[in-house]
Design a protein around this ligand. Structure first.
Ligand SMILES: Nc1ncnc2c1ncn2[C@@H]1O[C@H](COP(=O)(O)OP(=O)(O)O)[C@@H](O)[C@H]1O
Ligand SMILES: [Mg+2]
Length: 145
């Protein structure tokens, strides 16, 4: 039923836990597992800065991308025991928007994600990314706490 399972990961413990749930389900259902990371684009006040900042901007984005790829590799390696068909993907943009795009593009049948991520603000049950994805995704979303 859930041929393709999408797990968005941001490098947080909750996302890693979600990946374990996703892997467990995928192995039971013989599904393909897609790990996906979004490198958050820089806020406009940095983006719109004069040219002399563009090198710094680029360096920040390069560092974020490197970290993102390391996160994907680490989560994938962590799931090696499941012997699953795992693919990874990375995009740059607003995390929730890019995840929603990826859901459509891959035609995945299930999203498994963390309730919270790397955000500092405690007290909310769900972060803004999990909130938006559960609201707008066209497929079932399993939110792992
Ligand atoms: N940049 C990102 N790339 C991929 N997945 C993400 C990203 N940010 C958040 N997520 C997913 O959304 C979940 C909830 O994170 P989020 O809503 O950002 O909460 P918080 O506000 O605590 O950071 C994460 O566990 C992860 O599954
Ligand atoms: Mg976050």
């Amino acid at each position: 039923m859930y041929r393709k399972v999408l797990v968005p990961v941001d490098g947080s413990k909750k996302a890693e836990k979600a990946a374990l749930h996703g892997a467990e389900l995928a192995s039971k259902m013989n599904s393909e597992l897609i790990l996906f990371h979004v490198v958050p684009s820089l806020p406009p006040y940095i983006n719109n800065s004069p040219d002399r900042l563009s090198e710094i901007q680029q360096a920040i984005m390069d560092e974020y991308s490197k970290q993102g790829m390391a996160t994907l590799t680490q989560v994938k390696d962590n799931l090696a025991a499941y012997a699953l068909n795992i693919t990874t993907g990375i995009a740059v943009g607003q995390p929730a928007d890019e995840i929603l795009k990826k859901i459509k593009e891959t035609e995945c049948n299930l999203v498994v994600m963390g309730s919270r991520g790397l955000g500092e603000i405690k007290g909310y049950l769900m972060g803004s990314v999990s909130n938006r994805v559960t609201r707008y995704a066209g497929c079932p979303v399993l939110v792992v706490r």
